[in-house]
Write a new protein. Structure first.
Length: 327
């Protein structure tokens, strides 16, 4: 029987500010975060705590993009509620601030019911934004943004990435060369404020908005890369190419931000005659490995992260969770 008692929170400081507790499972792609989150939620429910899962994956928000984002199907959720999956169409704008608001609403609801939210995903910037909020960034300059987007169209997104690398290598390491939206914003912030995004983050001194137990899964590099390569092959076998063809038929073309996601971008290029299929698959594997490396770089700079070996994670995680929730 599930307990719906008082919310999980803590009081801190003289103002007795109540912070909602959350559990975070992050780490590079292909470390088994989604399945581990379900196992953790089932363990907590067996102890009377109605745990629910909130996705922190910037790719899994999109409908019609299932295979390439490695979504678990609802019949694989084992009865655990999942949130922030399939909440946007591939041509919708969705950013860290939208995620922060939606995730915050779900956390508050879960907490008020006496449950605990398990945040799972590898989009480190979104998780950081949820915990600390966004710094006060300048308003968008549409003329500047238009110029940067035009440069990306004419010279490729890699041009913007190289430009960012020269002025803000820390941000460039975290942002994928295909991510035009974030590249434009990083360059825009620098030009408007004279400071890089990395400098703004370092000046951000606010206290965390949540009492978070933050886990990061990891594996030895060789094993991680083997898993990545195997998963890409499995995605192709499941019909990823047909999924991309279907997106094109629905009007979701390669110019969209959602179609710049690794796996989709390369297969759009294949369908446009720019790459043969073996070359596209090779590129997907290479870019996914690079993405995993960027995820690790981000996580190593975050505060209070508990690193866990993904191959034997559950016991270690459960012991810490029991202490965190005072079970």
């Amino acid at each position: 029987m599930l307990i719906t008692g008082k919310p999980f929170s803590r009081s801190c400081g003289s103002e007795q500010m109540s912070q909602e507790k959350i559990i975070i499972l992050s780490g590079p792609t292909a470390t088994g975060k989604s399945r581990l989150a379900i196992e953790l939620a089932l363990n907590l429910r067996a102890r009377g705590i109605p745990a629910e899962i909130i996705s922190a994956d910037s790719a899994q928000i999109y409908r019609h993009m299932d295979i390439g984002t490695d979504k678990l199907k609802p019949d694989q959720w084992q009865g655990i509620p999942h949130h922030l999956i399939d909440v946007a169409n591939p041509d919708d704008h969705f950013d860290a601030e939208i995620f922060r608001k939606m995730a915050g609403q779900e956390i508050a609801r879960i907490n008020q019911s006496g449950g605990i939210a398990i945040l799972v995903g590898g989009t480190g910037f979104w998780i950081h934004t949820l915990i600390y909020g966004l710094f006060r960034s300048p308003p968008r300059n549409e003329e500047l943004r238009a110029d940067l987007k035009k440069a990306a169209r004419e010279k490729g997104s890699e041009y913007l990435h190289k430009k960012l690398m020269k002025i803000d290598p820390e941000s460039a390491q975290r942002i994928h060369p295909n991510d035009i939206f974030r590249l434009v914003r990083a360059l825009e912030v620098h030009q408007l404020t004279g400071k890089t995004l990395s400098e703004h983050f370092k000046e951000q001194t606010r206290e965390p908005l949540y009492n978070a137990l933050y886990f990061a899964l990891n594996l030895p590099r060789e094993i991680l890369y083997q898993r990545i390569n195997k998963r890409v092959d499995e995605m192709l076998a499941k019909g990823l190419l047909d999924e991309v063809k279907n997106l094109r038929q629905m009007g979701y073309g390669p110019e969209l931000a959602s179609q710049k996601i690794i796996g989709y971008k390369e297969l759009h290029e294949h369908l446009d005659g720019k790459k043969d299929l073996p070359s596209a698959v090779h590129e997907i594997k290479k870019e996914t490995r690079h993405y995993a490396r960027r995820q690790l770089i981000w996580l190593r700079k975050e505060k209070d992260v508990v690193w866990v070996d993904a191959s034997k994670a559950m016991d270690n995680i459960m012991e810490r969770v029991k202490g965190f929730l005072e079970l």
